[in-house]
Design a protein around this ligand. Structure first.
Ligand code: SAH
Ligand code: SF4
Length: 395
């Protein structure tokens, strides 16, 4: 029976004989996609909305993975669902817990590929850092992930699945009817700052974040989701319009000459063009301010003159500047700026009226800090020469 044949009751019976792998995973489907899948699987159209609501709540509000546990659905219907669909999230291969409480999960996705997800508990929040790609097409010269070729984009299910597996591990599926306030949650914030460039996997990231924000599910406010981009200018307005989350930008340099080397996508989208897109973002997304991430690299981008240039460049943009002391990784071509240098840099920015927190490296002992993530899926390694060539180093 071809998969595209019209679905009738008979087809549903035949569909029961489909091998396991042909069952459709419901995790990551948007509400309209879930509705379509249910109807195609035999759910009557006039009941589809109610079924979507019920199943959605079981999956995303209660964390249920078995249709049989969905007690407000009839027994026969549950069995039919189980034969046609699955509720699957990626598998945790290993979990490391740092001395500072940071947890790093090595996560296996279909095809045997691996990504990393990091949970960072702090006094006033718990942040989950999730990945959007296996590897990265870009080659920022200070980033460990950038040494790994892009293997593939994650699906929406694999992206939202990282939030779900962390909730499993932290035991954070609320009691029925008790949805905790954002600020008391273990996972109170989600940042797209793991492996990959989220704006090169736009649709899946968007769909996954819409699921995370959905009020009938995980229900995290859009203000508690931050997407970090290296500066894919054409996708920035779309991020405001279609996701509406907070935006962070990996700025890292104050001249095109230096940024071209650190963040090679700058050769395509220059600083001035990037700043124009950022200037428009807060209004388009109705969010307060942009986070500028700035990695502190010794003798590369860390002078007082850089700090002053930075302040001048971002004039008029509501901003916070997050200074990230460089996190080292084996073979990295840079060193972390000295502490006094970082403080002096921070001071200039602070005096210009911007918050300038210095990001304390977390989970360094388990290589979970910013830019240290790189899956053990090492088959597709970029060569040192490729990285150097793209970054314009040694040339
Ligand atoms: N690809 C996206 C998101 C992932 S990187 C982006 O580039 O924005 C998350 C942040 O960590 C980025 O600001 C990135 O520039 C920074 N980063 C990468 N490698 C780092 C390192 N070794 N030390 C400190 N920060 C790093
Ligand atoms: Fe990719 Fe971001 Fe790393 Fe650059 S910093 S290589 S965009 S993951």
């Amino acid at each position: 029976m071809p998969a595209s044949a019209p679905i009738t009751q008979d087809v549903v019976t035949i569909a029961r004989k489909l091998p396991e792998t042909d069952r459709i995973n419901l995790v990551g489907l948007t509400r309209p996609q879930l509705r379509e899948a249910l109807i195609a699987g035999g759910t009557p159209e006039n009941k589809a909305k109610m079924r979507v609501d019920q199943i959605w709540q079981w999956i995303y509000q209660k964390g249920v993975r078995e249709f049989d546990a969905m007690t407000n659905l009839g027994k026969t219907y549950r069995a039919e669902l189980a034969e046609r669909f699955t509720i699957e999230i990626p598998e945790v291969v290993s979990r490391q817990v740092s001395a500072d409480g940071t947890r790093k999960y090595l996560v296996r996705i279909a095809g045997g590929h691996e990504v990393e997800t990091v949970y960072i508990p702090e006094a006033d929040r718990g942040t989950l850092c999730i990945s959007s790609q296996v590897g990265c097409t870009l080659t920022c010269s200070f980033c460990h992930t950038g040494t790994q070729k892009l293997v593939r984009n994650l699906t929406a299910g694999e992206i939202v699945g990282q939030v779900m597996l962390a909730r499993d591990d932290l035991g954070e599926w609320p009691e029925p009817g008790r949805n905790p306030k954002d600020e008391t949650r273990l996972i109170s914030n989600v940042v797209l700052m793991g492996m990959g460039e989220p704006l090169y996997n736009f649709e899946s990231v968007r769909d996954a974040m819409r699921i995370v924000m959905d009020g009938e599910g995980i229900s995290l406010s859009r203000r508690r989701i931050t997407l970090s981009t290296s500066g894919i200018v054409p996708e920035i307005a779309r991020t405001a319009e279609e996701i509406g989350c907070m935006l962070a930008v990996s700025f890292h340099a104050t001249t095109d000459e230096v940024r071209d080397k650190l963040v090679p996508i700058n050769r395509k989208y220059k600083i001035a063009e990037l700043l124009d897109a950022l200037r428009a973002y807060p209004k388009l997304s109705n969010s307060e301010r942009i986070t500028f991430e700035y990695v502190m690299l010794k003798d590369v981008n860390d002078t007082d003159a850089d700090a002053r240039r930075l302040v001048k460049l971002i004039q008029g943009i509501p901003a916070k500047i997050n200074l990230i002391p460089f996190n080292e990784w084996p073979g990295a071509p840079y060193e972390r700026s000295d502490w006094e240098r970082i403080e002096s840099f921070a001071d200039i920015i602070y005096k210009a009226g911007y918050a300038s927190p210095i990001r304390t490296p977390r989970g360094e002992d388990i290589m979970a800090a910013c830019g240290q993530l790189k899956s053990a899926t090492d088959r597709a390694r970029k060569t040192r020469a490729e990285i150097a060539a793209e970054a314009g180093l040694n040339t």
